[in-house]
Design a protein around this ligand. Structure first.
Ligand SMILES: [Fe+2]
Ligand SMILES: [Fe+2]
Length: 309
């Protein structure tokens, strides 16, 4: 057994906070709330399209929209392995702590709502953009790969992702440096974070619950699982960049030169890695939870963080 830090979050306070949030998918997207394709969907801090010198401003905006679409797809995709993780955890903990069971069931219900939300936004995107952009997947194959790892390894990836969504909310809504972004996308990131704020705290408790049953060797193995999943997701992000370039060529109606493709690939690979890997791995609350689990495990994660930030 491993000694775990005293939890700083409680199920009752998380349930109280969750009860204050009550939006529905149709409140955020629908025929009366179209996406505004004259504006960027994502802030420059996430999409990094304005640094691409070979693209004209209107082409940079189109790539930003393609990044918005892949954001919807990638978040919908990771939530397809988060949902079974949480459902399995409810079975693992049983009914002894009924507030915990209630909180995790609420978490699962919200995550299924988020999958629906991202799919509805993706449908609105396809209708406005004119065609469906290529995306990695299928989601089930990616979820199957991730879920073959230990529950603690998958819970650490989930903790990373849910704290990361706080950074995306801050970049889009709080610290967007005056950028005039599409209001529907900003609303998506804001409302998503409102519920992820509870999920991230539940992930912290889940990690601590799972770790309590493990010895130090099993915890190190779970950190190896976390790193293996992150490396796998990194390969997926690089594949997504190639699909984005193909979508961009189709949308702007010109074939890019090899040097232009290289410039876009280089900037966009680092952009995806910062947005989806580095921002989670360096989030102070993620770092604290991993350090509480294992100082050597954290050192192994920290060693690969530089490549993604
Ligand atoms: Fe979510
Ligand atoms: Fe979540």
């Amino acid at each position: 057994m491993t000694t775990i830090a005293i939890p700083k979050y409680s199920y009752s306070s998380i349930l109280n906070d969750a009860a204050k949030i009550g939006w529905r998918v149709q409140d955020l997207i629908g025929a009366d709330k179209p996406l505004d394709f004259t504006k960027p969907f994502l802030p420059e801090a996430i999409a990094h399209t304005q640094a691409i010198s070979c693209l004209a401003p209107d082409e940079q905006l189109t790539l930003n929209h393609i990044r918005g679409n892949s954001y919807l797809h990638l978040f919908g995709l990771v939530e397809e392995f988060i949902l079974p993780l949480v459902v399995n955890h409810v079975q693992f903990i049983g009914c002894d702590n009924i507030e915990a069971a209630q909180a995790y069931l609420g978490f699962a219900e919200e995550e299924s709502k988020h999958i629906h939300l991202f799919r509805q936004f993706a449908a609105a995107f396809a209708a406005g953009f004119g065609f469906r952009c290529g995306v990695i997947g299928p989601p089930k194959a990616i979820a199957d790969f991730v879920l073959q790892h230990s529950p603690l390894g998958v819970a650490l990836v989930t903790l990373h992702i849910e704290w990361m969504s706080q950074q995306h909310f801050l970049d889009s809504v709080r610290n967007h440096h005056g950028e005039s972004l599409d209001p529907q996308f900003c609303s998506l990131l804001k409302h998503h974070w409102q519920e992820e704020a509870q999920h991230a705290r539940l992930d912290t408790l889940m990690v601590q619950d799972l770790a309590k049953t493990l010895d130090s060797a099993a915890i190190e193995a779970a950190i190896d699982d976390y790193i293996a999943i992150i490396q796998y997701l990194n390969e997926g992000l690089k594949a997504q960049v190639q699909l984005d370039i193909a979508s961009l060529e189709q949308a702007i109606g010109r074939t890019l030169a090899a040097t232009e493709r290289d410039e876009i690939r280089e900037i966009q690979e680092l952009s995806y890695q910062k947005a989806f890997l580095g921002s989670g791995m360096t989030h102070p609350n993620f770092v604290q939870t991993v350090q509480d689990l294992s100082a050597t495990g954290y050192a192994r994660i920290s060693a690969i963080t530089k490549a993604f930030s």
